[in-house]
Each structure stands twice: as C-alpha cells, then as structure tokens.
Design a protein around this ligand. Structure first.
Ligand code: GDP
Length: 193
C-alpha cells in the first residue's frame, strides 16, 4: 500500500485531523513529546496508509535538545522511507503560520515549516500543505497567497490546489486535503503503468 505521512509542529491539529481521516480516536492535547514513534493507520475508505509522526517545534515544558531529537527522528524516518512515501502532509495552523514563518526568517534561521516543505521535495516526497483551522481565518485568499509566497510558490494559491489544501479538521471539513492527496495517488499510479 502507498504510504502518506503526516508532519507538523505541535498543536496545529494533527491529532484532530488523524481522527477525522481514520475514524480512530486519539488523545488530543496529549502531553507534548510523548508520541515519539511513528504510528500507522488506514485512511478511511481507500487504499493507503497514513503514518502519524511526532509533532516538532516549540512545545511548552519540553527542553530544546528533546525538540531537536524529535525533529531529527521525523527527518530520519522520512529519509529512510522516502521511496515508499508518496505524499507528505505538512499540517500548519492557518491562523498563525505566516506570522510564525516571518518571525523566524532571518540570515541564519529557516522556519520549521518552510524547511520541512523543501525537505519533502528534496527527498522526492510530494508535499501537501494542510492549512488547518481555516474556520478561524477571515481573509482566506490573502492568507493562502501569503503562505504560497513564503513557500516559494508563485501566487495565487488557487494555482496550487494539489499542494495547498485549506481545511478545518475540527469541523470535519477536509475535502480539499482528500482531493489533493488523491490527485498525487492517481499521478503515481499513472506513472507505474
Ligand atoms: P496536535 O498537537 O497537532 O495533535 O493538535 P490537536 O489535534 O491536539 O489540536 C490542538 C488544538 O487545536 C485543540 O484545541 C484542537 O481542538 C484545535 N483544533 C484542531 N483543529 C482545529 C480546527 O480545524 N479549527 C479550530 N478552530 N481548532 C482546531
């Protein structure tokens, strides 16, 4: 079966999204840094497996070196399994992602989300950015265009619907993500013929 991985900073809504796409129950608000190993599940309905990887980035009460270890583990898992992994879903918080990126952009700093996006591409895993919590965002188009810009994708975002998927996991509104992932699965199947 094809494998899809789910990556993202902690608190962006990964557990909520996992629950939505697998039908499993997960502890949301789990103690950060506890879910350390990859967990595999079936995506509801069809033919692929989704692997939940630990959240990275800032977590209250988790020391810097542990955060670094978590991120290294995530990167290593993706690198080692890149050949099997078709799509990497990078979950971000639509309300805050652009501000966080801008705050952490500098001469010797690359924001986690931007780094992860380019890393996925470099290892040949198609990135799909699940822009979550869109229920909290008013200026949807502007926000998504800004995000494209920060990721090096030429706006408008509507040109990138296979890559940028605005969702609200909490409201169960994940159709854009379903479509984006399915697009890449179909492409991959075509390439196999
Ligand atoms: P994780 O740390 O990435 O697994 O994040 P969780 O799934 O635990 O979610 C973190 C917080 O964001 C929780 O309070 C969720 O209820 C909330 N959340 C998740 N998805 C959404 C969403 O689509 N919209 C809103 N408004 N809140 C969300």
């Amino acid at each position: 079966d094809a494998e899809v991985v789910l990556v993202g900073r902690s608190n962006v809504g990964k557990s909520t999204l996992m629950r939505e796409v697998t039908g499993h129950t997960f502890d949301t608000g789990q103690r950060p840094g506890v879910t350390r190993s990859p967990n595999h599940y079936d995506w509801t309905g069809p033919d692929f497996m989704i692997t939940d990887l630990p959240g990275f980035g800032f977590m209250k009460g988790v020391p810097e070196e542990v955060r670094e270890e978590i991120k290294t583990d995530v990167v290593r898992y993706v690198e080692e399994n890149a050949e099997k992994i078709l799509v990497g879903i990078l979950v971000v918080d639509g309300k805050s992602v652009v501000d966080i990126i801008d705050r952490h952009s500098g001469p010797d700093e690359i924001p986690h989300d931007v780094e992860m996006f380019h890393f996925l591409r470099e290892v040949g895993v198609e990135p799909v950015v699940a822009v979550n919590k869109m229920d909290k965002v008013d200026d949807e188009d502007e926000r998504l265009n800004d995000l494209c810009d920060r990721l090096g994708l030429y706006p408008p975002w509507k040109q990138w619907q296979e890559t940028i998927a605005p969702i609200s996991a909490k409201r169960g509104n994940v159709s854009a993500l379903n479509e984006a992932v399915r697009h890449h699965l179909h492409e991959a199947k075509r390439d196999d013929l």
